[in-house]
Design a protein around this ligand. Structure first.
Ligand SMILES: [Zn+2]
Length: 344
């Protein structure tokens, strides 16, 4: 089970990193195959997790990592902070049996309930095998519920546009201000993608197919969408700048499709120029199934009868909040990158 609040702040730090691919975020990326690895110095190494405020913690699970497929740890210490770091427990990973060593792949430390805001996994120099320290995952539990950085529910989604580039500009991410409607952005804007043969960016056009990022049930499909003219559009835009919280059935999202993936996760696809005929409210779709084509519906470009501004505006809603709500832009970027990372 996972937590329900993606806006939760968790600060991860480490003594060192081996490379950009082995950063400390790997210990909370819900992927046991990816590891944090230290830089190979003989100094003691550590990974700290800071929740920023007191947490009730009932147990901590550690999955020791590997480097080049070799195990790296003989033991580690669990430390908490009380003025200085102190050893709470020393945990052996490597155990000598009569014939050889055996290793544990998952170690759960039962804390019987403590109240702490931060802890760290500390690896003394003599605990490392061949100078490297590596950890695959650290899980923190409050009873059966796991405190995670990323939410497991979002880990198997595919891109809504094949080979899409995540936007470079902060403006295209959640929380960016949208002056024309007096609100904030609640999704990401995808303007380009690449083909299978080249990484050259290709602009999203009104023939670019849009796909369901995961399996689910269609809860909205605007087959009845009617475009506005530019006069109406400007009037509406002016109105919402002073009345941003007013109810709107057809917002500036234009022709939209919403998919309920269950478990509190909903995705929306906005500004579509067309929705596929079989995409109807109540119908099931599978991951990667085509639902329509990108466009500029709901935007001033469409209202003027022009083709500028074509892109896919895509939102992820989780437990009623859009992904990114209350989060810093660098964490939001990290999050979207994690969701759509092909490496996983
Ligand atoms: Zn947008």
């Amino acid at each position: 089970m996972t937590g329900h609040n993606t806006a939760r702040k968790i600060y991860l730090r480490s003594s060192s990193v081996y490379s950009v691919n082995h950063r400390v975020i790997k210990v909370m990326d819900v992927d046991r195959d990816s590891c944090w690895i230290s830089d190979g110095a003989a100094a003691p190494q550590w990974v700290s997790i800071d929740f920023g405020s007191k947490r009730l913690i009932t147990s901590i699970a550690v999955y020791p990592g590997r480097k080049d497929n070799y195990r790296t740890l003989k033991y580690f210490k669990l430390q908490f902070l009380k003025g200085d770091w102190f050893d709470y427990a020393t945990i052996q990973i490597r155990k000598k049996s009569f014939f050889s060593y055996s290793y544990r792949d998952r170690i759960e430390i039962d804390l019987a309930g403590v109240d702490a805001s931060t802890f760290r996994i500390y690896i003394p120099a003599d605990a490392m095998i061949d100078r490297y320290a590596s950890i695959a995952e650290i899980e923190t539990f409050i009873g059966p519920s796991k405190i995670t950085f990323f939410d497991d529910r979002l880990k198997d989604l595919c891109l809504p546009i094949r080979n899409a580039y995540l936007p470079a500009e902060d403006y295209c991410y959640p929380n960016a201000l949208r002056a024309y409607r007096g609100g904030r952005h609640s999704g990401i804007d995808i303007y380009s993608y690449h083909t299978d043969d080249s990484y050259d960016p290709v602009p999203v056009s009104d023939t670019t197919p849009v796909y369901a990022v995961g399996g689910g049930v269609i809860i909205r499909a605007d087959h009845d969408y009617v475009p506005t003219n530019i006069g109406e559009w400007k009037e509406r835009s002016a109105y919402y700048q002073t009345h941003p919280s007013t109810f709107m059935r057809h917002s500036f999202g234009g022709r939209e499709v919403w998919i309920d993936h269950g478990n509190g996760v909903v995705t929306t696809y906005n500004h579509l120029s067309g929705i596929d005929r079989c995409v109807r409210k109540g119908r099931r779709v599978s991951k990667g199934e085509r639902i329509g084509v990108a466009g500029n519906s709901g935007l001033s470009g469409e209202a003027e009868g022009k083709r500028y501004g074509i892109h896919l505006h895509f939102e992820i809603w989780i437990d009623g909040n859009y992904l990114g709500y209350g989060m810093a832009i660098q964490d939001i970027r990290k999050y979207f990158k994690w969701i759509f990372s092909k490496a996983r």
